[in-house]
Design a protein around this ligand. Structure first.
Ligand SMILES: [Zn+2]
Length: 432
């Protein structure tokens, strides 16, 4: 019986191949650029039209008062729910509908959604309108094939993932949409490849370090105190002690790529002295001793590390510099932090997706952890819902690149995995 349902679900997905292609193209053709957050209402209206017709109860939710929400660029989200005929658990597919800027180097129209040799091209094709389309096709095929299902299927398309998710999943989580009493399983179809299950992500700490000096005439630097030289000492200390320390911290999390299996730190920006002038300024700079210098650091940390310890390492490094530089003064400011998260391999949603991958692709899944964060952080920290993964079609390396694409066959295969997952979770009477 169960095998029969799997076969029928796979056939139902195949039968929707053209629909999957045109749905993906339609979504790409709505340029939901973030920042600033364009056309969010348009994409929600488009999805409302489609999902309402399929019998979903649809709600459009504006994240009023969230960062970046404005009358000009309102942060619209959509949540669609289709209840089964019996009570049971809820499986939720969450995709972000925003895309990043286009950038240069395209040979396809970034908002054309062109189909070429089995690939659909456009900004957001893999990250993550292809995943959104695959989850919709999977849900529709499942509902038609198994009308007696228990529980509910939910699909959301949410704003601002690319800029932190505060006008999207974070807002919905605060409003209770991811309360474990109403949603039990969450799948985020980010482009992690059709045979990989992403269990979570590393942690993040962004901070700003400022060194202080005293301004003076550049011809008499001894009358001032150069903040850039102080920062130079910080960078030298970082190279000598902090980077080697981070390289020794390895994680048991299955982070990909390999280089991200350790603690990492990037210096995102550095600035000292007079501001950079506009490109049309034709004059020379003025001779001043810089009285401050700033860097922004991006520290990615492991589930084995405590954020307090991560911060203390940087403070200790700055104190070592202070101990040997008489006039050294600094300030360390927190900008942003996210705790690492990892759903256990034994969690129900992980097991069900793993079974479905085995059946559809005839192989065991790879379990991975993302080097950077995505909306799972809000579902975990605000929603308190642990049974959450990322699983979806597309190749992560193509995200945010020119000529981004998603493969049609990859979307078909992922949609089959998603539909079989729904069958395992929402047809409790079926023998596995
Ligand atoms: Zn994404």
């Amino acid at each position: 019986m169960a095998k029969d349902i799997d076969t029928r679900l796979a056939a139902a997905i195949e039968a929707r191949r053209d629909d999957l292609i045109s749905l993906t193209q339609d979504l790409i053709r709505i340029p939901t650029l973030n920042p600033p957050g364009r056309n969010y209402r348009d994409i929600c209206d488009y999805l409302d039209g489609r999902l309402s017709e399929q019998g979903f109860q649809v709600e459009l939710v504006r994240a009023e008062g969230a960062p970046a929400d404005s009358e000009r660029y309102p942060r619209w989200n959509i949540v669609a729910r289709r209840d089964g005929r019996r009570s049971g658990e809820t499986v939720h597919f969450n995709s972000h509908h925003d895309v990043v800027e286009v950038g240069n180097g395209w040979s396809f129209d970034p908002f054309g959604g062109e189909l070429h040799e089995g690939r659909i091209y456009g900004r957001g094709a893999c990250d993550m309108k292809g995943g959104l389309a695959a989850s919709i096709i999977a849900a529709e095929a499942f509902i038609h094939t198994c009308p007696d299902f228990a529980g509910a299927v939910e699909i959301s398309a949410t704003a601002d993932e690319e800029s932190g998710g505060f006008g999207g999943v974070a807002y919905l989580a605060q409003e209770g949409w991811f309360n474990p009493a109403r949603v039990q399983h969450v799948i985020i179809p980010e482009p992690l490849n059709k045979d990989r299950i992403c269990l979570g992500h590393r942690g993040v700490w962004w901070a700003e370090i400022e060194t202080k000096g005293r301004i003076a005439h550049g011809s008499m630097p001894f009358l001032g105190d150069c903040a850039v030289r102080h920062m130079g000492a910080v960078l030298a200390e970082m190279e000598a002690t902090l980077f080697p320390l981070l390289a020794t911290k390895r994680t048991a999390m299955p982070v990909v790529p390999e280089g991200a299996k350790q603690s990492t730190l990037n210096i995102n920006a550095i600035h000292g002295g007079e501001p950079v002038q506009d490109a049309d300024y034709t004059g020379l700079p003025a001779p001043c001793v810089p009285d401050r210098c700033r860097i922004t650091i991006d520290r990615r940390f492991l589930i084995e590390e405590e954020i307090g310890e991560v911060k203390a390492e940087v403070t200790a490094m700055l104190e070592r510099v202070k101990a040997v530089r008489p006039s050294f003064e600094y300030e360390l400011r927190d900008l942003f932090e996210v705790q690492p998260t990892m759903t256990p391999e034994g969690a129900p949603v992980v097991r069900s997706v793993a079974h479905a991958i085995e059946k559809v692709l005839a192989r065991q899944p790879d379990y991975v952890v993302s080097p950077g964060t995505y909306d799972q952080k809000h579902i975990d920290r605000i929603g308190r819902l642990k049974n959450c993964i990322a699983y979806g079609p597309g190749i992560l390396d193509l995200a945010h690149q020119p000529d981004e694409w998603v493969g049609v066959q990859d979307m078909i295969d992922s949609a089959k995995v998603m539909a079989l997952t729904l069958a395992e979770l929402l047809l409790p009477d079926q023998p596995g």
